[in-house]
Design a binder for this molecule. Structure first.
Ligand SMILES: [Zn+2]
Ligand SMILES: [Zn+2]
Length: 128
């Protein structure tokens, strides 16, 4: 599987028994399904193990919105997390896959006071 945001390859990473994601070996982007995402949110330390990419690279990649699903090849929808609107994601309408830039899952897992500030400053994704 190719990374939709860089020339890297998406490698299979597992954590525990229930979590299987694809992670780019170059930029650290993550691709997973919604049910796996729920497990990732529940699992202690999952963000340390799985979201190990450089958040600075993720921030640059966050601006790249028009990407194709690494699984289906169709254009992914631009979306954002309903609780933390500064977290911009891409989701696939066909396979329901979600693409996170490096650092985004760690951000998503913990809804902190600083996140509220970021929501306020950055706001929801335009045009979504
Ligand atoms: Zn990549
Ligand atoms: Zn897909």
């Amino acid at each position: 599987m190719r990374c939709p945001k860089c020339p890297g390859a998406m490698e299979v990473k597992t954590y525990g028994r229930k979590i299987t994601v694809h992670r780019c070996d170059e930029c650290g982007g993550l691709f997973c399904k919604p049910d796996v995402l729920l497990e990732m949110k529940r699992e202690w330390m999952s963000e340390i193990v799985l979201d190990s990419g450089d958040a600075k690279v993720g921030e640059v990649h966050n601006e790249l919105g028009d990407i194709n699903c690494p699984e289906c090849g169709i254009l992914m929808d631009k979306t954002y997390d309903p609780q933390q609107t500064h977290i911009w994601l891409e989701s696939c309408s066909q396979c329901e896959g979600i693409y996170f830039d490096a650092g985004e899952f760690s951000d998503l897992k913990y809804d902190t006071f600083m996140d509220r500030i970021r929501d306020f400053l950055k706001g929801a994704r335009p045009g979504v």
